[in-house]
Design a binder for this molecule. Structure first.
Ligand code: ADP
Ligand code: MG
Length: 302
């Protein structure tokens, strides 16, 4: 495969405090142009911490980040940080909190341009705002003058995506982008990611607690629990032939995925607490098929 656009090597994060929290341990994965990796895990597993490190909202306490082959682990000077930020953009979970209620959509789409592409004139920024809103399926005439409270949740998330795309990033990180939206419109939002990958070569990290949607968005999937990746590989292998008990537990909780709810899955659910417990073990990641890695644990037979 070609050189990854973004790579993490044994990324670690310990939040220091009254009680230290090891939020991430030895997290390694790669993102490639035109492809998506789903990072799947339940609440508290370290997903957002990972997103925050990659977007430089917090600094990792261990490991490395490579962007386009270059070590960017330590924040450089202001110019470097700004350049990195324009390359790695984020779509947040809460579509309302991410938009400023005092500003219209036009402002939200033009501001990143003013910041990252100061060479553009006012007219060019307006053209770009029109283009961006159409890209996410919003009518510019109707939408550019509207304020966040005049938009539905789905429309707001489209604005957030357009804003992230405004500066032509090469990596998009979406942290549970549909979890606060109505179930009925979730797929229409996820659908917008496909052309971004296909036509613009965006590399994507799709963060979700819903393993069923991974198949819809991502070629590769990493399952994370307790800050450690327990299984990573092609999404089809993870969903159709899961190896780690925790991955199988997540899948057992998704009725619509069409897997028979067999005796093994039922016992997994019954033993959920024990599955979680063994999933915290720092076992070795071993390759069970090409590109499919599973963390060894004391009860792989569950
Ligand atoms: P997720 O996004 O998967 O729900 P997070 O990355 O938000 O997980 O959290 C992972 C762990 O780190 C949790 O135990 C959480 O309580 C802890 N955590 C997250 N942010 C902080 C912080 N700023 N300070 C201390 N602990 C934190
Ligand atoms: Mg989170």
């Amino acid at each position: 495969m070609t050189q990854p656009i973004l790579e993490t090597r044994k990324l670690g994060m310990v939040y220091r405090g009254h009680r230290d929290v090891a939020a991430l341990t030895d997290v390694s994965f790669t993102l490639h142009r035109g492809r998506a990796l789903a990072l799947v895990g339940e609440s508290g597993s370290g997903k957002s911490t990972c997103a925050k490190i990659l977007t430089r909202m917090v600094t990792a306490t261990g490991g490395q980040i490579l962007f386009d082959g270059k070590d960017v682990t330590r924040p450089g000077n202001r110019r470097e940080v700004l350049a990195y930020r324009s390359q790695v953009q984020m779509v947040f979970q809460d579509p309302f909190a991410a938009l400023n209620p005092a500003h219209d959509v036009r402002h939200h789409l033009s501001r990143p341009l003013a910041l990252h592409k100061p060479e553009l004139g006012r007219g060019e920024r307006e053209d770009r705002a029109v283009e961006l809103s159409m890209m996410v399926g919003l009518d510019p005439v109707e939408t550019l003058g509207k304020y966040p409270h005049e938009l539905s949740g789905g429309q707001r998330q489209r604005v957030n995506l357009a804003r992230a795309m405004a500066v032509d990033p090469s990596v998009l990180i979406a942290d549970e982008p549909t979890s606060m939206l109505d179930v009925s419109i979730r797929l229409t939002i996820l659908d917008m990611f496909k052309p971004l990958k296909r036509d613009r070569g965006i590399a994507m990290l799709y963060i979700t607690h819903d393993i069923a949607t991974a198949r819809y968005v991502a070629e590769e999937t990493a399952v994370i629990y307790g800050g450690r990746i327990v299984e990573i590989g092609p999404t089809s292998a993870i969903i159709d032939a899961p190896r780690h008990p925790y991955t199988r537990l997540l899948l057992a909780a998704v009725p619509e995925i069409g897997r028979p709810f067999g005796a093994t899955d039922a016992s997994l659910v019954r033993e959920a607490d024990r599955v979680r417990e063994i999933s915290r073990e720092p076992g070795r990641l071993s390759e069970v098929a090409p590109g499919h890695l599973v963390r060894e644990c004391s009860a792989s037979h569950i």
